[in-house]
Design a protein around this ligand. Structure first.
Ligand code: GDP
Length: 175
């Protein structure tokens, strides 16, 4: 089976858990220490996907960028050529959730055909009733490019594989 490679980017404010989500997905590990990303870090993971009785192999190229960049040119370079994006907010910091829309629109401006998934991360830190409310407040159903909003935790691993897999399936099978 020929292997297809696709670039995806993790996007979101500083310290929302972008690096931790990648680490959980790629290595199945988590650390409470802040692992500052310097510049851009690229990870790869080959995954097997099955949907609607179709089996596909994908080489995911996952881009992570340091949280502090204020330079729009760096962000533009980072996002260019991405098939998909996981846009991350931190459920304990409302301002990071309010910025999801800005990140999403920038991603779509650079990649109008791009596909996005929203991850409301650090769900292990707040009560589940509150999470349900946040999920309905921060769903981006009005954007056709947004597949779904997930409530994730890089710490416990909940819904982490799903965000990468659902995004990958949609990238390979756009409709
Ligand atoms: P980034 O700047 O968006 O890449 O954020 P990091 O992945 O470096 O995470 C920032 C901090 O939040 C670190 O101290 C992580 O250990 C912590 N963190 C990330 N994800 C979670 C999570 O799901 N739950 C909890 N409790 N902490 C998390």
């Amino acid at each position: 089976m020929p292997e297809i490679a696709k670039k995806i980017c993790l996007v979101g404010d500083f310290s929302v858990g972008k690096t931790s989500l990648i680490r959980r997905f790629v290595e199945d590990k988590f650390s409470d220490d802040y692992l500052s990303t310097v510049g851009v870090k690229i990870s790869r993971k080959s995954i097997s996907l099955s949907s609607e009785q179709k089996y596909q192999q994908l080489n995911l190229i996952i881009w992570d960028v340091e949280g502090h960049t204020k330079f729009k040119s760096i962000t533009t370079n980072y996002l260019t050529g991405a098939s998909g994006s996981i846009i991350v907010g931190d459920v304990t910091r409302k301002e990071t959730l309010d910025r999801i829309k800005t990140h999403l629109e920038l991603f779509l401006q650079i990649n109008p055909q791009g596909i996005a998934i929203i991850a409301l991360n650090k769900s292990d830190l707040i009560a589940s009733e509150k999470l349900q409310k946040l999920a309905s407040l921060y769903n981006f159903d009005n954007y056709p490019q947004v597949v779904k909003t997930y409530i994730t935790s890089a710490k416990t691993g909940v819904y982490v594989n799903q965000i990468f897999e659902v995004l990958s399936i949609r990238i390979l099978n756009p409709n």
